[in-house]
Design a protein around this ligand. Sequence first.
Ligand SMILES: [Ca+2]
Ligand SMILES: [Ca+2]
Ligand SMILES: [Ca+2]
Length: 401
Amino acid sequence: MVRHILRALPVLLFVATAAHAQTPGPSSDPAPDATTPPGTPPTTTPSPPPDAPVPPPAAVAVPPEPTAPPSPPPVAAPVAPPSKPKSPPVSVTGYLQAVYENQTDTNDDGAVPPDSFSLKRIRVRLKSDINSWLGFTIMFEVAGAQSPLRDGFLSFKLPHHELKVGQQKTQFGYENPLSSTKLFTVNRALVSDTLGRGSDLRDIGLGVFGTWKLPPDFEAGYAVTFVNGAGANRKEDTELKNVWGRAGVTYAPKDLGITSALGVSFARGDQLDPGSLPMDPADDFDARFHRLGVDVEVEAKWVFAAFEYIRGTTDTGGGAEADSQGWYVLAAGKTPWHVGPVFKIDQLDPDMDAADDSRLRYTFGAYADIGKAFRVLGNYELDRSDKRKDDTMLLFVQLVY
Ligand SMILES: [Ca+2]
Ligand SMILES: [Ca+2]
Ligand SMILES: [Ca+2]
């Protein structure tokens, strides 16, 4: 049954696109909207209308030479250097996230890692619109030793569409495309970190994003990424290209003060599996995979809630494959003081035919936003996996600049 759905999904995606009934995931919402939930992914910059007047190049503004210089100097007068065309401004933004982590030996194995401070992310983003249809984004991760480039893409703005060429996030589900600065929990759900992405949340290729406003109060959109599949800052290493996509619709009736969104996501492709001998390429194989996901988000005056379910199959070698599934539910209370409680339950079963491998985690916590730039999160992750892990207490601070 799931296999049938998986086979049918590309057709559904295509139909949804062609009909302009594309469901705009909140992730692909290009139009900034005051009613956008705090959990909504950052919106893309709306492009100015194509017929917007283009400012004349600065070179035109060279002051005319005075026709009669008052007193010619004995030597040749220094010629005023021609003014260069002015470069479009490049914005420098980013964020810093620091975490204190303390685990308790709740799985009774007598071992517990030391408590620790860490820098979860220090991001620096350069972004510019060269003109009304062309721009770029480059984002670096400054903390940590891995390759620093995270985002690096050109973006082309077309009517109702944006194309991104380069390294970018793969588009699947609700939580993964959302900026980590908007999360109510320190960690993304288990299913988002596994079934909802490849080896990395970013990859190299082409992204296509579309959105349409539909009267009344509806908006539809889609986001599809065609990528190598090897992950960020890596060369292609398999036969296939991978497709990750989401189509969604948002409904935000202004008189009800509710914003809701529904998305359907699909992915297929392959990934190099190192086999049982990671250092020996002889047993490497292309692990083909399929993913199907559904997500629902609702935001009202006092609450934001999200639900996501992902199911998939992955080759495990020798013609065998594993069926996996996972889901989470998140609820965050909203108050006029931008402080509230957070609860999340998330589950992952990596192999539905194997016993004792399911993960289950409850996250209890709270958030506080102080001004627009500063967020504090406190999370307690209570582990109830088949193979118990230690519970973790996390204190998180974030500054967006
Ligand atoms: Ca332990
Ligand atoms: Ca590939
Ligand atoms: Ca299992």
